[in-house]
Ligand binder design. Structure first.
Ligand SMILES: C[S@@+](CC[C@H](N)C(=O)[O-])C[C@H]1O[C@@H](n2cnc3c(N)ncnc32)[C@H](O)[C@@H]1O
Length: 311
């Protein structure tokens, strides 16, 4: 059977007698097909089995159209290959954050884009019932091992595998900038109970120390990711409450190298450029007068939190 005929037959079957019910079923199937198409693109690119040109042709698009559509999404899903570096090198969050990110009466909390569980662990330690949703299998494996008390689920901000109104609060740490807000906002509103809250959290390196400023300049010499860490959220969410906490991440030279190696834009660098950057960071840590001869290093951070309530 010709592929086009197959497509038409499946569409007719799914849409049934049409109407709103047919439209809803059709939209669900289109979303599932699109998700599978993205997975296939990811598999082909990860294994370097196809060029963007070939992927574009297979999808009836130009090469530029295919990269515009998927390259950023692939970068968002690139963390798994560096999950161990991520877990070792990335900072956690100050425990004081939990009191602001999650309302006192909340019991069930969703950690969305939970990664290796850096925030999940603090939520569990605060006595909350935590569901952690994460799309990347490599990150999920670390998460399940480090925070066994959390319920870990595969899923994304655009397709959250939870029933309507099932959580009191949603927290998103260091991940909101990877989501598609047009899909994620209604999806988060759907899983929140009435009056539930959403907290968006970012760790930003405090570069007021000269060596931290030099480290930042090195990290961003070839590319810079600009992130809005004080976002404005649309309805049905209300006005934002904002909080900033300054704290220090106690780490080591190896920890800082892993922190750099686990950045998505460093993972995406050509191998030689990546190796040069990591060698330059090592050199800075070994020779900067404020750090030379020290292995324990306190890296200053600002943790920023924006919290909104369902209207
Ligand atoms: C920088 S990590 C942050 C992980 C963790 N929240 C933390 O604070 O350490 C970003 C995470 O977002 C996940 N992610 C990317 N796109 C996503 C999406 N559309 N929905 C949910 N998570 C996503 C990535 O797989 C990655 O684990």
């Amino acid at each position: 059977m010709e592929t086009n005929d197959l497509g038409r037959r499946v569409a007719a079957e799914v849409a049934g007698a049409g109407g709103i019910a047919g439209l809803r079923r059709l939209s669900e199937v289109v979303a599932a097909l699109e998700e599978r198409r993205t997975e296939l693109v990811e598999e082909l690119r990860r294994g370097q089995e196809a060029t963007w040109e070939e992927i574009g042709q297979a999808c009836g698009m130009t090469r530029q159209g295919a990269t515009r559509r998927w390259a950023e999404r692939l970068r968002a899903r690139s963390f798994g290959v560096a999950a161990a570096s991520y877990q070792h090198g990335r900072p956690g969050y100050p425990q004081a954050l939990i009191g602001s990110a999650v309302p006192r009466q909340a019991r069930k909390v969703l950690d969305l884009g939970a990664g290796t569980g850096k925030l999940t662990r603090l939520l569990v330690d605060a006595g909350l019932e935590v569901v952690a949703v994460e799309p990347d299998a490599g990150m999920r494996a670390q998460l399940a091992a480090t925070v066994p008390k959390a319920a870990v689920r595969a899923g994304s901000a655009e397709h959250i595998p939870l029933p309507d109104g099932s959580v009191d609060a949603v927290v998103v740490a260091q991940a909101w900038h990877w989501f598609d807000p047009a899909l994620a906002v209604p999806e988060i509103a759907r899983v929140l109970a009435p009056g539930g809250t959403l907290a968006l959290v970012w760790n930003v390196r405090d570069e007021s120390e000269p060596w931290a400023a030099e480290l930042g300049a090195l990290m961003h010499r070839s590319t810079r990711q600009r992130i809005d860490t004080e976002p404005v959220l649309p309805a049905p969410f209300g006005p934002p409450e904002r909080l900033e906490i300054r704290w220090e991440h106690e780490t080591t030279r190896a920890g800082i190298i892993d922190m750099v190696a686990s950045r998505s834009y460093v993972i995406a660098l050509p191998e030689a450029e990546r190796a040069r950057l990591l060698a330059d960071v090592e050199q800075l840590l070994a020779t900067h007068p404020d750090l030379a001869g020290r292995d324990a290093i306190a890296l200053p951070y600002l943790t920023r939190c924006t919290r909104v309530r369902l209207g």
